[in-house]
Design a protein around this ligand. Structure first.
Ligand SMILES: NC(=O)c1ccc[n+]([C@@H]2O[C@H](COP(=O)([O-])OP(=O)(O)OC[C@H]3O[C@@H](n4cnc5c(N)ncnc54)[C@H](OP(=O)(O)O)[C@@H]3O)[C@@H](O)[C@H]2O)c1
Length: 275
């Protein structure tokens, strides 16, 4: 199938394009960097010609309230209009677990608007709501900083590796539309403050993480389970401690892990192997 990945040069998009190609699909990486822009419409009609599926894994360059809302509304509207004209049969979009409960946040008001446009459109769709990526734990600290301390609410979440996000989104894109929401998450539950503290320690980032029940997540108040997916969520396999030993978990530019520091994982046949 021809599958166009909008945002195909980003963290999830680039992994997804590789996985779709390995699965034998014709995957097109679409983004301003490849001459395709969902805000201006540049290159969009050409890219969608003959496409069966479009996967939207874009993100807004600005997370300021008005800018992010304008980005997701304009981008999604343009995309859905172009997909209707091209006869695309499946629109897949990446959203976030708990999005509908997070309307106090400008970023999540934009994701709510994106989801609404998709549901109201004529294109069959699958909205994939993922939990926070391990790769985003430092970013989570960055957006939760007050002075030199990171304030996070000690509530639960179930984060996942970007590789697993790409694998699960790829599987959903290769199957018929569900015309609804699919949740995906990681294999383990943590308290946010605890895991961000561990991630900063692994990066030798000296910022102190404070468990603060009044702290907000991207501007929104959380309850204990807002960010935890439901029981029917599809789960990635990668555990946090395993991910830390992989290149994505290392300090950028740091030398490879010394021999002897390894995690035990399972290969495709289920055999235990050191990684
Ligand atoms: N971070 C998390 O923990 C998390 C959790 C769940 C869901 N999500 C969702 O995951 C999605 C993808 O996140 P990500 O971290 O992979 O994003 P990312 O690495 O920031 O990549 C964003 C992509 O969007 C593209 N883009 C920006 N403006 C565009 C435009 N006008 N037209 C077409 N493409 C455009 C970028 O292209 P260029 O490279 O050309 O700029 C890039 O390929 C987001 O929608 C986010 O809400 C994130």
């Amino acid at each position: 199938m021809k599958i166009v990945v909008i945002g195909g040069t980003g963290l999830i998009g680039s992994k997804l394009v590789n996985k779709l190609r390995k699965d034998g699909h014709e995957a097109v990486a679409a983004s301003p960097n490849t001459g395709i822009n969902t805000i201006t419409g540049e290159g969009l009609a050409d890219a969608l010609k003959g496409a069966s599926v479009v996967v939207d894994v874009t993100n807004s360059p600005s997370w300021e309230d008005a800018a992010v809302l304008k980005f997701f509304e304009t981008s999604t509207r343009n995309l859905l209009t172009s997909e209707a004209a091209a006869g695309v049969g499946h629109h897949v979009a990446l959203s976030v677990v708990g999005t509908d409960l997070l309307s106090e946040s400008g970023y999540f008001r934009a994701k709510i608007a994106q989801e609404k446009l998709i549901k109201a459109s004529s294109i069959p769709y699958s909205i994939v709501r993922a939990t926070q990526f391990f790769e985003f734990l430092k970013g989570l600290a960055d957006i939760s900083v007050d002075g030199d301390k990171v304030h996070l609410p000690p509530v639960f979440f179930q984060p996942m590796a970007a590789d697993d996000v790409a694998t699960l989104v790829g599987t959903i894109a290769g199957n018929p539309p569900v015309n609804g929401i699919v949740e995906i998450g990681g294999p383990e539950e943590f308290r946010i403050d605890e895991l961000v503290r561990r991630r900063l320690a692994s990066l030798k980032d000296p910022r102190e993480v404070i468990a603060d029940p009044n702290a907000r997540y991207s501007g929104a108040k959380l309850s204990e389970k807002t960010l935890v997916p439901g029981n029917s969520a599809r789960l990635g396999e990668t555990r946090f401690e395993t991910w830390l030993t992989q290149p994505a978990g290392q300090i950028p530019g740091a030398p490879p892990q010394p021999a002897g520091v390894s995690a035990v994982t399972k290969d495709k046949e289920g055999q235990k192997k050191a990684s």
